[in-house]
Design a protein around this ligand. Structure first.
Ligand SMILES: Nc1ncnc2c1ncn2[C@@H]1O[C@H](COP(=O)(O)OP(=O)(O)OP(=O)(O)O)[C@@H](O)[C@H]1O
Ligand SMILES: [Mg+2]
Length: 236
Protein backbone atom coordinates (compact mmCIF):
# COMPACT_ATOMS: atom_id res chain seq x y z
CA UNK A 1 0.00 0.00 0.00
CA UNK A 2 1.33 3.40 -0.96
CA UNK A 3 0.96 6.72 0.81
CA UNK A 4 -2.02 8.70 -0.40
CA UNK A 5 -1.73 11.61 2.05
CA UNK A 6 1.26 12.90 3.94
CA UNK A 7 0.76 15.70 6.44
CA UNK A 8 4.24 16.93 7.29
CA UNK A 9 4.75 19.17 10.33
CA UNK A 10 1.99 21.63 9.63
CA UNK A 11 1.50 24.74 11.74
CA UNK A 12 -1.84 26.45 11.19
CA UNK A 13 -3.43 29.58 12.58
CA UNK A 14 -6.89 31.03 13.00
CA UNK A 15 -5.97 34.65 12.53
CA UNK A 16 -3.18 35.28 15.01
CA UNK A 17 -3.91 32.22 17.16
CA UNK A 18 -1.48 29.39 16.65
CA UNK A 19 -3.69 26.26 16.63
CA UNK A 20 -1.75 23.36 15.03
CA UNK A 21 1.79 22.54 16.13
CA UNK A 22 3.94 20.38 13.82
CA UNK A 23 1.04 18.05 13.04
CA UNK A 24 2.22 15.02 11.06
CA UNK A 25 0.62 11.78 9.95
CA UNK A 26 0.37 9.59 6.87
CA UNK A 27 -2.66 7.88 5.39
CA UNK A 28 -2.12 4.74 3.30
CA UNK A 29 -4.18 3.68 0.30
CA UNK A 30 -7.15 1.56 1.31
CA UNK A 31 -6.88 2.57 4.95
CA UNK A 32 -9.55 4.03 7.20
CA UNK A 33 -7.57 6.47 9.33
CA UNK A 34 -9.21 8.23 12.25
CA UNK A 35 -8.04 11.49 13.74
CA UNK A 36 -9.50 11.49 17.23
CA UNK A 37 -9.81 14.38 19.62
CA UNK A 38 -12.09 16.24 21.96
CA UNK A 39 -14.02 19.41 21.20
CA UNK A 40 -11.61 22.10 20.12
CA UNK A 41 -8.63 19.74 19.83
CA UNK A 42 -7.88 20.80 16.27
CA UNK A 43 -9.63 18.24 14.04
CA UNK A 44 -11.49 20.63 11.77
CA UNK A 45 -8.56 22.98 11.29
CA UNK A 46 -6.44 19.96 10.32
CA UNK A 47 -8.98 19.03 7.63
CA UNK A 48 -9.24 22.65 6.50
CA UNK A 49 -5.48 22.74 6.14
CA UNK A 50 -5.42 19.50 4.14
CA UNK A 51 -7.82 20.99 1.58
CA UNK A 52 -6.03 24.38 1.83
CA UNK A 53 -9.03 26.35 3.05
CA UNK A 54 -6.40 27.34 5.56
CA UNK A 55 -2.83 27.53 4.25
CA UNK A 56 -0.33 26.39 6.88
CA UNK A 57 2.29 28.87 7.98
CA UNK A 58 4.84 26.13 7.54
CA UNK A 59 4.91 22.43 6.91
CA UNK A 60 3.63 20.64 3.84
CA UNK A 61 0.81 18.46 2.61
CA UNK A 62 1.42 15.86 -0.09
CA UNK A 63 -1.50 14.21 -1.83
CA UNK A 64 -1.02 11.27 -4.18
CA UNK A 65 2.66 12.12 -4.54
CA UNK A 66 2.13 15.81 -5.20
CA UNK A 67 2.94 18.78 -2.98
CA UNK A 68 -0.44 20.55 -2.66
CA UNK A 69 0.66 23.12 -0.06
CA UNK A 70 -0.82 26.48 -0.97
CA UNK A 71 -2.80 25.20 -3.97
CA UNK A 72 -6.32 26.51 -4.57
CA UNK A 73 -8.96 24.31 -2.85
CA UNK A 74 -10.94 23.74 -6.09
CA UNK A 75 -7.80 22.41 -7.78
CA UNK A 76 -7.18 20.08 -4.87
CA UNK A 77 -10.75 18.81 -5.14
CA UNK A 78 -10.11 18.05 -8.81
CA UNK A 79 -7.04 16.02 -7.88
CA UNK A 80 -9.37 13.71 -5.97
CA UNK A 81 -9.60 14.96 -2.42
CA UNK A 82 -13.25 14.86 -1.41
CA UNK A 83 -14.15 16.63 1.83
CA UNK A 84 -17.43 16.19 3.66
CA UNK A 85 -17.27 19.18 5.99
CA UNK A 86 -18.59 19.37 9.53
CA UNK A 87 -21.52 21.54 8.48
CA UNK A 88 -22.83 19.28 5.67
CA UNK A 89 -23.42 21.67 2.84
CA UNK A 90 -26.23 20.34 0.70
CA UNK A 91 -28.07 22.40 -1.88
CA UNK A 92 -31.45 22.53 -0.15
CA UNK A 93 -33.71 23.69 -2.98
CA UNK A 94 -32.25 21.14 -5.44
CA UNK A 95 -33.52 17.57 -5.46
CA UNK A 96 -31.51 14.71 -4.00
CA UNK A 97 -30.73 13.50 -7.53
CA UNK A 98 -29.61 16.95 -8.66
CA UNK A 99 -27.31 17.17 -5.63
CA UNK A 100 -25.78 13.84 -6.62
CA UNK A 101 -25.30 14.88 -10.24
CA UNK A 102 -23.58 18.05 -9.07
CA UNK A 103 -21.17 15.85 -7.11
CA UNK A 104 -20.25 14.05 -10.31
CA UNK A 105 -19.77 17.35 -12.15
CA UNK A 106 -17.46 18.65 -9.42
CA UNK A 107 -15.26 15.57 -9.79
CA UNK A 108 -15.22 15.81 -13.55
CA UNK A 109 -12.54 14.04 -15.48
CA UNK A 110 -11.85 11.45 -12.82
CA UNK A 111 -12.94 7.88 -13.41
CA UNK A 112 -13.94 5.45 -10.73
CA UNK A 113 -16.61 3.07 -9.59
CA UNK A 114 -19.14 5.65 -8.42
CA UNK A 115 -22.20 6.59 -10.43
CA UNK A 116 -25.90 7.06 -9.64
CA UNK A 117 -26.66 3.32 -9.81
CA UNK A 118 -23.98 2.37 -7.31
CA UNK A 119 -24.84 5.27 -5.00
CA UNK A 120 -28.47 4.19 -4.98
CA UNK A 121 -27.38 0.65 -4.16
CA UNK A 122 -25.31 1.87 -1.19
CA UNK A 123 -27.88 4.47 -0.10
CA UNK A 124 -31.36 3.04 -0.80
CA UNK A 125 -32.96 5.92 1.09
CA UNK A 126 -31.54 8.40 -1.42
CA UNK A 127 -33.07 6.45 -4.29
CA UNK A 128 -36.42 6.54 -2.56
CA UNK A 129 -36.15 10.31 -2.00
CA UNK A 130 -34.39 11.18 -5.26
CA UNK A 131 -37.05 13.65 -6.40
CA UNK A 132 -37.42 15.46 -3.08
CA UNK A 133 -35.77 18.79 -2.37
CA UNK A 134 -32.66 17.95 -0.37
CA UNK A 135 -33.61 20.54 2.26
CA UNK A 136 -36.59 18.42 3.31
CA UNK A 137 -34.39 15.47 4.40
CA UNK A 138 -33.62 14.77 8.05
CA UNK A 139 -30.17 15.55 9.46
CA UNK A 140 -29.07 11.94 9.12
CA UNK A 141 -30.32 11.70 5.55
CA UNK A 142 -28.55 14.93 4.69
CA UNK A 143 -25.34 13.47 6.11
CA UNK A 144 -25.78 10.44 3.85
CA UNK A 145 -26.43 12.75 0.91
CA UNK A 146 -23.27 14.80 1.44
CA UNK A 147 -21.21 11.60 1.63
CA UNK A 148 -22.93 10.17 -1.46
CA UNK A 149 -22.48 13.41 -3.36
CA UNK A 150 -18.78 13.47 -2.55
CA UNK A 151 -18.43 9.84 -3.66
CA UNK A 152 -20.06 10.76 -7.00
CA UNK A 153 -16.89 12.76 -7.71
CA UNK A 154 -14.88 9.53 -7.35
CA UNK A 155 -12.38 10.88 -4.81
CA UNK A 156 -9.10 9.07 -4.21
CA UNK A 157 -9.43 10.04 -0.58
CA UNK A 158 -12.66 10.70 1.29
CA UNK A 159 -12.39 13.13 4.21
CA UNK A 160 -15.19 12.97 6.79
CA UNK A 161 -15.10 15.60 9.50
CA UNK A 162 -16.94 14.23 12.56
CA UNK A 163 -19.60 12.40 10.55
CA UNK A 164 -21.53 11.12 13.60
CA UNK A 165 -21.92 14.51 15.27
CA UNK A 166 -25.53 15.21 16.15
CA UNK A 167 -26.86 11.99 14.62
CA UNK A 168 -29.24 9.56 16.31
CA UNK A 169 -27.92 6.11 17.31
CA UNK A 170 -29.86 4.51 14.46
CA UNK A 171 -28.22 6.74 11.86
CA UNK A 172 -24.82 6.24 13.48
CA UNK A 173 -25.30 2.50 13.01
CA UNK A 174 -26.23 3.03 9.34
CA UNK A 175 -23.16 5.18 8.92
CA UNK A 176 -20.99 2.51 10.51
CA UNK A 177 -22.29 -0.15 8.12
CA UNK A 178 -21.76 2.24 5.24
CA UNK A 179 -18.12 2.94 6.12
CA UNK A 180 -17.44 -0.78 6.43
CA UNK A 181 -18.97 -1.34 2.99
CA UNK A 182 -16.95 1.52 1.53
CA UNK A 183 -13.84 -0.10 2.90
CA UNK A 184 -14.77 -3.37 1.17
CA UNK A 185 -14.82 -1.61 -2.19
CA UNK A 186 -11.38 -0.12 -1.50
CA UNK A 187 -12.27 3.45 -0.48
CA UNK A 188 -9.54 5.29 1.40
CA UNK A 189 -10.99 7.31 4.25
CA UNK A 190 -9.67 9.91 6.68
CA UNK A 191 -12.23 10.72 9.31
CA UNK A 192 -12.23 12.73 12.50
CA UNK A 193 -14.20 11.62 15.52
CA UNK A 194 -14.68 11.92 19.23
CA UNK A 195 -17.02 8.92 19.34
CA UNK A 196 -14.57 6.22 20.49
CA UNK A 197 -16.90 3.30 19.92
CA UNK A 198 -17.65 4.37 16.37
CA UNK A 199 -13.99 5.01 15.61
CA UNK A 200 -13.00 1.58 16.91
CA UNK A 201 -15.67 -0.10 14.79
CA UNK A 202 -14.63 1.45 11.48
CA UNK A 203 -10.93 2.40 11.63
CA UNK A 204 -7.66 0.60 10.91
CA UNK A 205 -5.45 3.22 12.44
CA UNK A 206 -5.90 6.14 14.83
CA UNK A 207 -4.03 9.29 15.74
CA UNK A 208 -5.02 11.47 18.68
CA UNK A 209 -4.85 15.23 18.51
CA UNK A 210 -4.99 17.33 21.67
CA UNK A 211 -4.53 21.09 21.92
CA UNK A 212 -3.10 21.11 18.41
CA UNK A 213 -0.48 18.41 18.97
CA UNK A 214 -0.53 14.80 17.79
CA UNK A 215 -0.10 12.90 21.06
CA UNK A 216 -0.51 9.31 19.99
CA UNK A 217 -0.70 7.06 16.95
CA UNK A 218 -1.40 3.33 16.73
CA UNK A 219 -2.99 0.48 14.84
CA UNK A 220 -6.57 -0.02 15.92
CA UNK A 221 -5.93 -3.25 17.83
CA UNK A 222 -3.34 -1.51 20.01
CA UNK A 223 -5.59 1.48 20.57
CA UNK A 224 -8.48 -0.74 21.62
CA UNK A 225 -6.44 -2.05 24.55
CA UNK A 226 -5.03 1.31 25.54
CA UNK A 227 -7.48 2.42 28.23
CA UNK A 228 -5.10 4.98 29.74
CA UNK A 229 -4.77 6.82 26.47
CA UNK A 230 -8.51 6.94 26.00
CA UNK A 231 -8.94 8.32 29.50
CA UNK A 232 -6.19 10.86 29.14
CA UNK A 233 -7.13 12.39 25.82
CA UNK A 234 -10.67 11.41 24.94
CA UNK A 235 -12.75 11.12 28.09
CA UNK A 236 -15.22 13.95 28.55
N1 LIG B 1 -11.78 32.01 14.61
C1 LIG B 1 -11.03 31.48 15.57
N2 LIG B 1 -10.06 32.21 16.18
C2 LIG B 1 -9.28 31.68 17.16
N3 LIG B 1 -9.39 30.42 17.57
C3 LIG B 1 -10.34 29.64 17.02
C4 LIG B 1 -11.21 30.12 15.98
N4 LIG B 1 -12.03 29.13 15.63
C5 LIG B 1 -11.70 28.07 16.39
N5 LIG B 1 -10.69 28.36 17.23
C6 LIG B 1 -10.04 27.46 18.18
O1 LIG B 1 -9.25 26.54 17.46
C7 LIG B 1 -9.19 25.29 18.12
C8 LIG B 1 -9.37 24.15 17.15
O2 LIG B 1 -10.64 24.21 16.57
P1 LIG B 1 -11.23 23.06 15.64
O3 LIG B 1 -12.48 23.59 15.06
O4 LIG B 1 -10.20 22.58 14.70
O5 LIG B 1 -11.54 21.91 16.71
P2 LIG B 1 -12.27 20.51 16.51
O6 LIG B 1 -11.33 19.49 17.04
O7 LIG B 1 -12.75 20.36 15.14
O8 LIG B 1 -13.47 20.62 17.53
P3 LIG B 1 -15.02 20.20 17.42
O9 LIG B 1 -15.08 18.82 17.98
O10 LIG B 1 -15.69 21.19 18.28
O11 LIG B 1 -15.44 20.26 15.99
C9 LIG B 1 -10.26 25.34 19.21
O12 LIG B 1 -9.64 25.41 20.46
C10 LIG B 1 -11.03 26.61 18.93
O13 LIG B 1 -11.39 27.24 20.13
MG1 LIG C 1 -14.58 20.15 14.31
Amino acid sequence: MGDILIVDKINSYYGKSHILFDVSFTVLEGQTFCLMGRNGAGKTITFKTIVMDIVPKNGKVFFNGKDITGMKPYKIARLGLGLVPEDRRIFGPLTVKENLILGAIMGKGRKGIWNLDLVYKFFPILKEFQSRPAGTLSGGEQQMLTIARTLMGNPLLLLLDEPTEGLSPVIVKTLKDLLLKLKEVGTTILLSEQNIKFAMAVSDHVAIIDKGYIRYEAEIETFKKDEDIKKQYLAV
